[in-house]
Ligand binder design. Sequence first.
Ligand SMILES: Cc1cc2nc3c(=O)[nH]c(=O)nc-3n(C[C@H](O)[C@H](O)[C@H](O)COP(=O)(O)OP(=O)(O)OC[C@H]3O[C@@H](n4cnc5c(N)ncnc54)[C@H](O)[C@@H]3O)c2cc1C
Length: 234
Amino acid sequence: MGNIIYNKKLTDEYYLIKIQQKNDAKMGQFCMLRAWDNDPLLSRPLSIYDRDASSLTFLYKVIGKGTEIMSKLKEGDDIICQGPYGSSFPEVKGKIAMIGGGVGIAPLYYAAKEVSKESETEIDMFFSLRGVEILREELTEVSDHLTLKTNERVVSLVDYDQYDYIFTCGPDSLMQDVYKNAKGKKATVYASLERRMACGMGICYVCTCKTEDGNKLTCKDGPVFLASEVFKDE
Ligand SMILES: Cc1cc2nc3c(=O)[nH]c(=O)nc-3n(C[C@H](O)[C@H](O)[C@H](O)COP(=O)(O)OP(=O)(O)OC[C@H]3O[C@@H](n4cnc5c(N)ncnc54)[C@H](O)[C@@H]3O)c2cc1C
């Protein structure tokens, strides 16, 4: 009997996979997953969408060979999961906006779930998805206000003056816009970067990113960075 508890199809593209694994993961961290021998060569990084002490859940979108293989897995099959790796979102209080796109929902859902346990916290979520909507109920549960749009950008719907903190994850263009719009306001902005990765643990340097302090590794120094470290003032 393998470690997959379920591998649930949400839409033609999106899946939620839950696996049995003891862990002490923190919000924003990711794991390297593989359910194949040699092809593709590398494991695939996925952000932690949810967890408890004995399980990890990932939200993934089928993109290519690796995620296609994952989408065929069933309850009781085996998957190798290394990690958790990387930096995490900070534990914060106050008024927080979480702004994301696509599978950027994954680390932000988990962050909202954690941060919302704090009574002095208010969370507004802004997400955009291409095509079909997913997870409205789940996102509603962990936020005070949810703006979930399909085929529409959400970055311009945010009142950036309101927030103490902003967490963002999604395409670089979205996060760059979030950083630009929040510039000069009181909010501290944290961004979770997505880069092609090979080892996931700081050995291969494939995921090097430029920061204001020189080159850093997205897998080890990130994926969560202060947005001011990794995005430019334009
Ligand atoms: C830290 C981190 C966290 C991530 N979290 C998630 C998550 O929670 N859910 C999720 O669905 N995906 C996540 N990703 C992206 C995921 O790792 C890739 O979609 C996956 O590796 C694709 O593997 P594949 O074999 O299916 O596709 P491949 O065959 O490897 O790639 C298919 C196509 O997608 C492009 N591509 C592949 N990976 C990336 C990438 N990282 N960035 C941009 N383009 C890419 C390739 O250039 C290629 O054109 C994350 C990536 C990183 C680095």
